[in-house]
Design a protein around this ligand. Structure first.
Ligand code: DX5
Ligand code: ZN
Length: 229
């Protein structure tokens, strides 16, 4: 399956982060999504490079760092040094990101550009062939556990179309309100990476089982021919 599941540790138990990560790894996750918030770009403050550094040795999956911060260019060195494998920043926070893209790529890491629900997809046109992934926010960034905004689905589809027209296989990561139902809609529209916080760490199920369920559910959906392979 080309789809990837990226559990967001924002909804994990921070007193046992290593164990929480091990659970989703056993459940078949593909990436560990790390939500960095600075209290300026978004209202909440979460975690920084020190936490990435401390989970790096125990996590075997790539660490997918989502910077929801003002002036993200000032943070990139710290996250590269801490062991981030993918770094995404918001186009609303850095409108001239050429240097940041080069810096991250130059280190052999993957780079992504994130966009808020209200930001037009045309803001990404200049970067279609220059980054490894686009993060399409399906909630307003800042908090876990919000409802998926279906109004973003046409944006996902039009970005996928623009990428296809150029022969680009760039990942589209959807972030916010992903569960068994919304994951299918997002994938049908063209998403290839699904971030899930509450659906994995906040459900009644164990995070290992919740990860496996999401994966099996999507695989079954693919097999029924409802989605592109
Ligand atoms: C929102 C974060 C998301 C969040 C997703 O600002 O970027 O990654 O953790 O959480 P859920 O899946 O609960 O919406
Ligand atoms: Zn995120």
């Amino acid at each position: 399956m080309r789809l990837k599941i990226a559990p967001s540790i924002l909804s994990a138990d921070f007193s046992r982060l290593g164990e929480e990560i091990a659970k989703v790894e056993r459940g078949g996750a593909h990436l560990i999504h790390v939500d960095v918030m600075d209290g300026c770009f978004v209202p909440q403050i979460t975690i920084g490079a020190l936490v990435v550094k401390s989970i790096r040795p125990s996590a075997s999956l790539p660490l997918d760092v989502h910077l929801m911060v003002r002036d993200p260019e000032n943070q990139i060195e710290q996250f590269l040094a801490a062991g981030a494998d993918i770094i995404s920043f918001h186009i609303e926070a850095l409108s001239e990101p050429s240097e940041a893209i080069q810096r991250i790529k130059g280190e052999g890491k993957k780079v992504g550009i994130a966009v808020n629900p209200a930001t037009p997809i045309s803001s990404l046109d200049r970067f279609l062939s220059r980054v490894d992934l686009f993060v399409l926010m399906t909630v307003n960034p800042g908090f876990a556990g919000q409802a998926f905004m279906g109004s973003v689905l046409p944006k996902i589809a039009s970005l996928r179309k623009a990428l296809d027209e150029r022969g680009l296989k760039t990942d589209i990561e959807v972030d916010g309100g992903i569960n068994l139902a919304t994951a299918k809609s997002a994938v049908q529209a063209g998403a290839t990476i699904l971030v899930a916080g509450q659906a994995i760490f906040g459900s009644a199920e164990d995070p290992e089982r919740a990860t496996r369920n999401l994966s099996l559910h999507l695989e079954a959906f693919l097999k029924r021919g409802k989605l592109p392979p």
